[in-house]
Design a protein around this ligand. Structure first.
Ligand code: SAM
Length: 458
């Protein structure tokens, strides 16, 4: 593969690695180690391994992370649709671990899509904390939402803001911020697009952008709080030099620990750089005028109607449902549960101000995918539970209507004991409400599409 790598790239890596260069180039050529991270809110590793019929090998730097000992697609399995795990590069899992976030923290993940670090952060801060996940690119924000829906955590809000704006909403309000920066992506050089887009000028351009984003992200963090800066590139200019330049001009910040570099020939995964910075505790506290502003309350009439429909849905479908601490907020016909901790943020500027519960359609409340993956299925009496290999489950995952003779109304469709999505049953037929993007694109379960020895969801 080194034959098709840009010469300038190989010579820069040679300057960094000396006699390790051949093993580095060999590692770029080798098949990627594949990884997944377990969702501890839903499942343990042993049970997940059994469900996937896969050997999961623990990763040294992430207790929730594993390498997968087979070249299998990690999407498409019902355990994935139900949010039991997130497929992630093993090196990327070291990033959030480095933060050592504590339960209850408020964390801003400022470049969040597709959501690998956000879902990891949610597992670290537990139900009492809050993550603000921001993604400036609208299509990528949509993908972030899909992954958060699956994950099923209620204590995350999202935004689609430029970082300069974001920093002005809530200066000094967060215990920590993560800037997983856009970079020249050298750790992904094995992917064709990274090779064609790489150039020394692209590296310098990335470094300039990172300097600006670091500055903006730092404004979000309280005195004594942390900033985690990471990239998946090897250039000093985008890593150590960026951090050093930031520290030179910001005496109120210090390096909290030695920087971490993971290389593909030394560690599992594609490669990663991480720096953990601390804002010194003595730095001035935020001024009263800096405090984030709460949103205006929504128009009461519309809100009341949406809430009335929601209450009717809860009475009929999940009468014992308990939502996490917070309040209902209607936006147009859509309803959210706003976590209490998010009240101090300008809710009207957020893309999602909390857990999306559903939307009012003419004459009824349509529950959301996020609610299907959040709710404890035991609280939904009208549910069906299907195991892997069940034809009805396969049909449901493809987005088809399913024949199913039982009571009419909303049904929570479960894969074993985990919610997957909603169906609405009438006269023995269950209409499918799985959002198109949540449907499995692989031909899982279709015997005709399998080769001997393939796992069932290939
Ligand atoms: N943290 C993500 C994860 O773990 O799944 C990966 C983030 S990716 C390395 C960097 C992100 O930065 C991309 O989603 C990209 O859209 C976003 N980005 C690009 N330019 C940006 C900018 N000028 N300001 C903020 N974010 C930007």
């Amino acid at each position: 593969m080194s034959d098709c790598l840009p010469e300038a790239f190989v010579s820069r890596m040679g300057a960094l690695l000396d006699d390790e260069l051949p093993s580095f180039l060999e590692a770029l050529r080798a098949p990627r180690a594949r990884g997944l991270r377990v969702n501890p809110r839903k499942v343990g590793a042993a049970e997940l391994g059994r469900l996937l019929s896969l050997r999961l090998d623990p990763l040294p730097r992430c207790p929730l992370g594993f390498t997968v000992a087979a070249d299998v697609p990690l999407g498409g399995h019902p355990a994935h649709v139900a949010g039991l795990y997130y497929g992630q590069d093993p090196a990327a899992m070291a990033v959030v671990e480095r933060l050592e976030a504590e339960p209850g923290w408020r964390v801003a993940d400022v470049a969040a899509a597709p959501g690998g670090k956000t879902t990891h952060l949610l597992s670290m801060i537990g139900p009492g904390g809050l993550v603000l996940a921001n993604e400036v690119s609208p299509p990528r924000l949509g993908v972030l939402h899909e992954n958060l829906d699956r994950w099923g955590a209620p204590n995350v809000v999202t935004a689609g803001a430029a970082l300069n704006d974001l920093a002005s909403w809530a200066p000094g309000w967060f215990d920590a911020a993560l800037l997983d920066a856009p970079c020249s992506g050298e750790a992904m050089m094995w992917r064709g697009s990274a090779i064609t887009q790489w150039s020394p000028a692209a590296v310098s351009g990335s470094a300039r952008r990172q300097a600006r984003l670091l500055e903006q992200t730092a404004r979000l963090v309280r005195p004594g709080g942390l900033l985690l800066y990471s990239t998946c590139t090897f250039e000093r200019d985008e890593n150590e030099d960026r951090v050093a330049a930031f520290l030179d001009t910001h005496p109120e910040w210090e390096l909290a620990e030695p920087e971490l570099r993971l290389w593909p020939h030394r560690d599992p995964g594609e490669g990663q750089y991480v720096a953990r910075l601390r804002r010194r505790p003595g730095a001035p506290a935020r001024a009263a005028t800096d405090r984030p502003r709460s949103a205006r309350r929504p128009g009461r009439d519309r809100g009341t109607e949406v809430e009335r429909q929601w209450e009717a849905f809860v009475r009929a479908v999940c009468p014992d449902l308990v939502l996490p601490p917070g309040r209902l907020l209607a936006r147009g016909s859509r309803l959210y549960q706003v976590p209490t901790a998010a009240e101090e943020l300008p809710l009207d500027r957020l893309a999602r101000p909390g857990l999306e519960l559903g939307v009012v359609r003419p004459g009824r409340f349509q529950p959301s995918q996020a609610l299907a993956c959040f709710v404890d299925p035991h609280l939904v009496p009208n549910r069906v539970s299907w195991a892997a290999g069940d034809r009805r489950l396969e049909a449901f995952l493809r987005g088809e209507a399913v024949e199913d003779a039982a009571a009419d109304g909303w049904v929570l469709v479960c894969y074993e004991r985990w919610g997957l999505g909603w169906g609405r049953r009438r006269g023995g037929i269950m209409k499918n409400f799985l959002p198109p993007r949540a449907r499995t694109r692989s031909r899982w379960g279709d015997p005709a599409s399998r080769s001997p020895g393939d796992p069932p969801w290939r």
